[in-house]
Design a protein around this ligand. Structure first.
Ligand code: FAD
Length: 286
């Protein structure tokens, strides 16, 4: 099924994310994680793409497994910077052959080594390229607090308009821990007349070390309320996990109560976290 159709079904849609292993030897472990996630009947499962495409065969394998073995809609991430058109074409053909027709089109991190193919400079170039091939539903990334490289949120939003005009079918946000940041972002999208559906990205933080990594990588702000939770429970793994899941549950309930129906959960390959979250929302998801 195309994700753009799922987003308009009128229900609370929870989707999950999985990342590929670093080595092929561990692929079966990841497929087992995917099988457990599939039992939770998410709206779709996305598979990330390793930096610089180093594990692209893994992304393809896992996405095909989700789509064909688990019978759950798969979303394959694909980054384009440093890739040639021929390489992108080859991967898209292979995904299409596996009936994977939902792609999250990303730029990826710019390589530091030179020279590298400059066929795609921005995610919108990849969106256009995929859209020309037809039969793909294409998503793009967006950043409620602005992309770290953008000179301002205003300028980043202008670039988001370009991404919309390139034909993107939906956006998924970078994770956020303060729903008000997301509501302000939705308001700015409205002002810019960006009407593409937006899936809200929520990450249940289940270990104190995770929050430091997240802040370093994405620059996402951590509100004082959440900081207090990490300070109080950070040294007690079981308590931290419970508090992190409770915080994410509360975020999702607030989003849904305020009209946001599509939530993507950055599950970090932890089916037990997804399962606890789903149990917390059991009546709401009915
Ligand atoms: P772009 O949309 O190209 O934006 C990058 C920067 O360029 C922004 O500052 C933007 O304002 C600016 N810009 C955009 N278009 C133009 C233009 N036409 N002219 C001038 N400036 C422009 N990374 C991975 O390696 N693998 C993954 O699987 C992965 N999944 C992700 C999933 C989500 C939901 C998100 C939010 C991010 C993900 N990333 C992933 C990280 C992403 O690759 C990085 O954030 C990357 O730095 C930017 O990617 P982008 O697609 O947002 O790029």
């Amino acid at each position: 099924m195309k994700i753009k159709e799922i987003l308009h079904n009128g229900k609370l849609n929870l989707s999950l994310e999985v990342f590929p292993p670093k080595e092929w030897l561990k692929i079966d472990d990841t497929l087992r994680v995917v099988d457990q996630m599939a039992l939770l009947q998410p709206s779709f499962i996305s598979v990330t793409y390793g930096a610089a495409g180093g594990t692209k065969a893994y992304t393809k394998k896992i996405a095909g497994h989700i789509q064909n073995k688990c019978k759950v809609t798969a979303l394959a991430h694909l980054t384009c910077v440093g890739a040639s058109r021929a390489q992108a074409e080859e991967l898209l053909n292979a995904l299409h052959q596996d009936s994977v027709t939902n792609i999250l089109a990303l730029r990826g991190d710019v390589p530091t080594d030179n020279p590298y193919p400059k066929d795609f400079l921005h995610a919108s170039d990849l969106v256009r390229f995929i859209k020309q091939r037809g039969d793909f539903c294409v998503g793009g990334a967006c950043y409620p607090e602005g992309h770290p490289e953008a000179p301002s949120l205003e300028r980043d939003m202008d670039m988001l308009k370009v991404k919309e005009e390139s034909g993107v079918d939906f956006f998924t946000t970078q994770m956020f821990f303060d729903n008000n940041v997301f509501y302000c972002f939705l308001n700015k999208l409205y002002q810019k007349q960006i009407n593409t559906p937006v899936i809200a990205g929520i990450m249940p933080i289940t270990a104190a070390s995770q929050i430091k990594r997240v802040m370093n990588l994405s620059g996402t702000a951590v509100p004082p309320r959440f900081r207090a939770i990490v300070e109080k429970f950070g040294d007690d793994p079981a308590a931290m996990q419970q508090a992190g899941i409770a915080y994410a549950t509360e975020q999702i309930i607030d989003l849904y109560a305020n009209g946001v129906q599509n939530v993507h959960v950055y599950t970090m390959n932890k089916p037990q976290v997804s399962s606890a979250l789903k149990a917390n929302l059991s009546e709401i998801l009915k």
